[in-house]
Design a protein around this ligand. Sequence first.
Ligand SMILES: Cc1ncc(COP(=O)(O)O)c(C=O)c1O
Length: 365
Amino acid sequence: MSYTPNVPAHIAALKAYVPGLPIDDLARRLDMPASRIAKLASNENPLGASPMAIGALAEAAIDVSLYPDNDCTLLVDALSQALDLPKDWIVVGAGSESILGMAASAWLSQGRSAVYSAYSFQAFVNAVQRVGAEPVVVAAPEYIVDLDALLSAVTPATSVIYIANPGNPTGTRLPPAAIAAFLARVPSRVAVVLDEAYREYLPPEEAGDSLQWVRDYPNLIVTRTFSKAYGLAGLRVGYGIAQPAVCALLHRLRAPFSVTHPAQAAAVAALQDRGFLAESLQMNAQGRSQLYQGFDRLGLKYLPSSANFVLAHVGDGGALARRLETHGLIVRPVAGYGLPAWLRISIGTRENNARLLAALEQELQ
Ligand SMILES: Cc1ncc(COP(=O)(O)O)c(C=O)c1O
């Protein structure tokens, strides 16, 4: 007998998040060893994680029978030092995605709305829908967030504006001066969530002083993650930066014990390993040039990327992704973002980038 859960309409309408195809699934389907599959679909770090983080993780394993430190004390201390910010300006979460959701729970409800750009990260959409608020999606000419249009879309019902810089899946970035001018114009009753999951990949002069913006604007929440440049996606650890009143609010919305002890320990160690971070960024810059050169050779249009992936225009993204799977390559179709003609390709190792380009050459001729 079928059962329809008696839930509010906005919950029944929720769509499940569609992640990149897991390596093991494709390995089973192709009857190929998992080690032969290259996943260029989830913007993970192709270098893996810092050996220091892995060491800390192994040491932390002994404590898995204990609940973790709910206050993430050591990690908050380490972040406070690294960012030169007081501890009560930092809130740690199980991935930065959880902070995006906490901001939605704090500011939004039925009757309120959130404004964000077209081609925005799927988690914005989900966070807003989960709490029954109205999403207001603003056009993004040239696939770049239009800050003036975001401001024009603000109504008395608007409580949050979400922006990712750089954006996912576009990889495009905003000039720091434009963000600063935008923040100065947002009414203070509207919270701004500035998602900096890919911040580390920005050229330093383009990254913007988002900590100063947090000091200047009590309605701003900046989110960052250990999932990308720090290579800890599997541990689910990220954080928000905001003024103390906002952090205190977000703390109350956090699920208890949501950041595991191994995740906290590995994140502390990862923060210390500047060498691994530098190597990751260098590998990303080299891989990006490699992909650009290959795409140019193949006559593929792509968006210049400020992140660890490139959005390429391929005709039918879904069909090409399925053909690439037969080569043991997983990439991300982005039709769900309103980009059916594009593929999002995470920048991998030199070898995997070359494999991808060779497969593209074969499939596109
Ligand atoms: C723009 C953006 N923000 C946030 C996240 C979430 O990262 P986390 O792993 O910290 O939840 C991602 C992950 O892909 C992302 O692309």
